[in-house]
Design a binder for this molecule. Structure first.
Ligand code: CMC
Length: 389
């Protein structure tokens, strides 16, 4: 079979050159285009960070105004995509609706299929970043049996998303600015994470010549899995199952005995405290000031305290990751657990698109086609049906 290295999960295989994000897992560092994530979270908004990821530089004030105006123009979704969302069973997971809706854009915007100049990637990038919150809000309201709320032009990106989600009856929903800021920070923290499972999927699908909608739709599918974006939903299930703070030691003993994984802990790359988890922990306190404390918080804090001192976790370098506290915040803000992964997918779209473009414009790239190590039967002759048995 020639010289083949066996690398399941691609632990040791670099598949691209990328200038989008940098992670030092041992030091617990994450930078976007050279900027530390904590500085971006402190000084920027999500749309500034999306611009940074897509174009490589933070926008100047006029560039940001133009970018925000263009994103605003594209917030509406085609009427038939609305009908597509409406056609799903009421209990369909919003991630399934999101995946289907994004892949349907490939048919609504045919120019995205061309691989030449007409491809107009700038337009597709704006469309997708603009429409994700609308798709997410419509998917959520469909699950809840609520009428859709349309985007409005004079409200910023994140606030507009919260208004589309939570408007009840005739009354306007005006979210507390602290909740809007918290969501903006969470969006920034989730915007990119170099070659994770979903980004690798986006690049793989792009490598066969696909445009952004098909590629990002596949990325949403990869993110859906509980070991990737679905982990924060699993964290809340776990915290509920534990039930009370005094049952934490018993649960940890079960994890160590191989009964279950401690969800929201461990990371393929971070062998130190995930820098995003640190920021999210602070954001949680800001949110709880508005919403009141999520009662599951004390179980989470106790889990973290015990795990960080326990030899099993210390030896394997397992620390809280981005998902450990985010679910607690989302729940306190009124999101149903099914929406948690959607709240990951919306901001990650900027990162996926930056990486999609890097992939399709990189002359070194080839169609992704890994090797395998065959473990099946040696070659043999087919026995005709009447002679088998
Ligand atoms: N709880 C208990 N043990 C664990 C955990 C955990 N959460 N994570 C890893 N381990 C153990 C694992 O059993 C193994 O032990 P041993 O060496 O004795 O066999 C060792 O640590 C290494 O685990 P691994 O599965 O080889 O590590 P990985 O890098 O392939 O997996 C991971 C990374 C994130 C899938 C894993 O840590 C995990 O399943 N965590 C829980 C799910 C989770 O929180 N996922 C969110 C990831 S962050 C968001 C994102 O980037 O999408």
């Amino acid at each position: 079979q020639g010289l083949v290295s066996f690398d399941p999960g691609m632990f040791n295989t670099a598949v691209c050159h990328s200038s989008v994000a940098y992670i030092d897992g041992d030091a617990g560092i994450l930078d976007y285009r050279g900027y530390p994530i904590d500085e971006l979270a402190e000084h920027c908004t999500y749309l500034e960070v999306a611009y940074l990821l897509v174009y490589g530089e933070l926008p100047t004030p006029p560039q940001l105004s133009a970018w925000e105006a263009e994103i605003t123009i594209h917030r509406f979704i085609p009427e038939n995509v609305k009908k597509l969302i409406d056609a799903f069973p009421y209990d369909a997971h919003p991630m399934s609706k999101l995946m289907s809706a994004v892949s349907s854009f490939h048919t609504f915007y045919p120019e995205s299929r061309e691989s030449d100049e007409q491809h107009r990637p700038e337009l597709q990038i704006r469309r997708l970043i603009a429409k994700m919150p609308t798709l997410a809000a419509f998917s959520y309201r469909h699950s809840e049996g609520l009428p859709f709320v349309y985007p409005v032009d004079d409200v910023p990106y994140v606030e507009n998303f919260l208004r589309m989600l939570f408007k009840m009856g005739e009354r306007e929903y005006r979210p507390d600015p602290r909740l809007v800021r918290a969501m903006d920070v969470l969006f920034m923290l989730h915007a990119d994470h170099e070659q994770n499972c979903s980004t690798t999927t986006v690049r793989t699908v792009a490598s066969s010549g696909n445009g952004p909608y098909t590629s990002v739709s596949a990325g949403i599918g990869a993110l859906f899995g509980p070991l990737h974006g679905g982990a924060n939903e699993a964290v809340l299930r776990m915290l509920r199952e534990i039930g009370t703070k005094d049952r934490v030691p018993e649960f940890i003993a079960g994890v160590k005995a191989g009964g279950a994984r401690l969800m929201g802990f461990g990371h393929r790359v971070y062998k130190n405290y995930d820098p995003r988890a640190r920021i999210i922990k602070n954001t949680a306190h800001d949110v709880f000031e508005v919403t009141g404390v999520n009662p599951l918080l004390e179980i989470a804090l106790e889990l973290e305290r015990i795990a960080l001192e326990d030899e099993y976790f210390v030896k394997r370098r397992l620390y809280p990751n981005v998902d450990f506290y985010s679910g607690l915040i989302y729940e306190a803000m009124g999101f149903s657990p099914q929406m948690f992964t959607v709240l990951f997918a919306i901001p990650r779209t900027a990162g996926w698109l930056a990486q999609w473009r890097e992939q399709v414009t990189d002359s070194e790239q080839k169609i992704v086609r890994p090797k395998q190590i065959y473990t099946g039967h040696p070659r043999r002759a087919v026995v005709p049906l009447d002679q088998r048995g």
